[in-house]
Write a protein that binds this ligand. Structure first.
Ligand code: HAM
Length: 447
């Protein structure tokens, strides 16, 4: 029978990888909450219209990459390709704009795009997303990029560069659109069919084309930054000035036009040269018209999203595996010893310690091999002789030392050595193992 596989481009995150994800998520929550962002969770499925209206009909994401389908009630729905439009929808639907304290949101979760899978590009991928509504000041543009930098530093990423640009406002873009259209038309009909069409409908989207020939034509294209109006120029200058003051380095890059239509003014990407062609670890920008376009009030917005798979790939390139070794392993030889070890294991867990043992009857040698694989610093050895004497051997694998401990205080001794002590351990040996527990009913067999 054919074995079933996950859907192409959608990956399992296996236990030996999960440590990386948890670490990244923990750091993200810490940094985002420190900057006043509050978590929001929106559905993975939304009405298709939300994305076509929010992201733009002529974008690659909407035209080619959406998981869209008609459900059993005949409604057109889509798996979210990004979460900015969803958060804006929720912001409008629940009138969150009425609460002045609710302006900054973050979301962490899976997104879906039907792209051709390759290294760093998947069909289900995960983002850490941050959005700010209601603040138009260039200060927040600078702060959000500064926060992104702090997050990347805290999580341990180096060697990435912040690229920034401005897309101007709809007014200056109107002028630029015509200039760009003329430039593209002068280049003749050598563009790919998509670009030929977009040249007419949405010329800025030609910049998103991945066909090399089209990219080569764009090398000498006029830059939008040269056509922006005074207000947009002042905004961009102020953003740069603030970034300078904050000491957050950046490069002005006129190619950062982003692939989604809602952007205006500030856009940015965090770029690496270590992930092949998928070089953007994260990106974002200002989207002052989005809330209104989706039927809400006139509220400005800015945000970004980081691709977690790409971020973790970079981290793994830079750092040793974040495999969590347990605190200790208990090897037991003999039936009584195994029962004693099992009860001791529960005592240790009640102390908040992460401890493993072998549940099947195995030789000491094979148990020590397993301990080696798991990599704890401490290994306890319990044989029939030890259990009869009420003792246990403790090996410190790091210091290469061995000592004999009283069995009934072994859990407490280990938690003191490790510096982990749960406030109120639920101990199976109340009053005897030395902790302040109120107790369960089991005992460590001393027979
Ligand atoms: P985006 O640039 O489309 O922006 O995606 C943000 C990040 O998600 C990318 O830089 C990349 O790291 C990751 N990413 C995108 N597609 C894939 C994929 N197929 N496989 C793996 N990773 C991927 C947005 O999504 C905007 N909503 C960001 C934003 C928030 N703008 C304002 N607020």
């Amino acid at each position: 029978m054919e074995t079933l596989q996950a859907v192409r481009g959608m990956n399992d995150i296996l236990p030996d990888q999960v440590g990386w994800w948890q670490r990244v998520e923990r750091t993200a929550r810490e940094v985002l909450e420190n900057f006043g962002y509050r978590e929001i969770r929106t559905p993975v499925v939304e009405k298709l219209d939300l994305f076509s209206r929010g992201i733009g009909e002529n974008t690659d994401v909407v035209e080619k990459e959406m998981y869209a389908f008609e459900d059993r009630s005949g409604d057109w729905i889509a798996l979210r390709p990004e979460v900015t439009a969803s958060i804006a929808r929720s912001y409008i639907q629940h009138k969150l704009y009425a609460d002045p304290t609710l302006q900054k949101f973050y979301a962490i979760g899976p997104m879906f795009r039907h792209e051709r899978p390759q290294k760093g590009r998947y069909r289900q991928f995960h983002q850490i997303d941050a959005e700010v509504f209601g603040i138009d000041s260039p200060m927040i543009d600078a702060e959000i990029m500064h926060m992104l930098r702090i997050f990347l530093e805290k999580v341990g990423i180096s060697g990435v560069t912040l690229h920034i640009n401005t897309l101007g406002c709809p007014e200056c873009r109107k002028v630029y659109r015509e200039v760009l259209k003329r430039y593209l038309t002068d280049k003749g009909d050598e563009f790919c069919p998509d670009c030929m069409r977009r040249r007419e409908t949405n010329p800025l989207r030609v910049f998103d084309c991945k066909v090399e020939r089209c990219q080569a034509f764009l090398d000498g294209a006029p830059a939008l930054i040269e056509y922006i109006c005074n207000d947009c120029r002042t905004h961009f200058d102020a953003v740069m000035e603030m970034l300078d003051k904050l000491g957050t380095p950046y490069v002005v890059d006129p190619k950062i036009v982003r692939g989604l239509d809602y952007y205006m003014r500030t856009t940015f990407e965090v770029v690496t040269d270590r992930l092949g062609s998928q070089n953007a670890v994260g990106g974002g920008g200002r989207y002052n018209g989005l809330v209104q376009d989706l039927g809400g009030p006139e509220v400005p917005g800015i945000g970004f999203a980081i691709g977690m798979e790409r971020l973790i790939m970079l981290l793994q390139q830079e750092q040793q595996a974040a495999v969590q070794a347990p605190d200790a392993f208990i090897a037991a030889v003999g039936e009584h010893a195994r029962t004693g070890a099992f009860l001791l294991l529960q005592q240790m867990r009640a102390h908040g310690l992460e401890v493993e043992m072998e549940f099947e009857s195995r030789s000491l040698k094979s148990q020590m091999r397993r301990a080696d694989k798991l990599g704890p610093r401490f290994v306890f050895i319990l044989g029939e002789d030890e259990i009869n004497r009420g003792e246990i051997q403790l090996r410190d694998m790091q210091e290469k030392t061995q000592q004999v401990l009283p069995l009934d205080t072994a859990a407490l001794t280990l938690s003191q050595m490790i510096g982990k002590n749960s406030p109120e351990p639920v101990c199976s040996e109340p009053g005897q193992c030395g902790c302040a527990a109120q107790g369960g009913s089991g005992t460590v067999s001393q027979e």
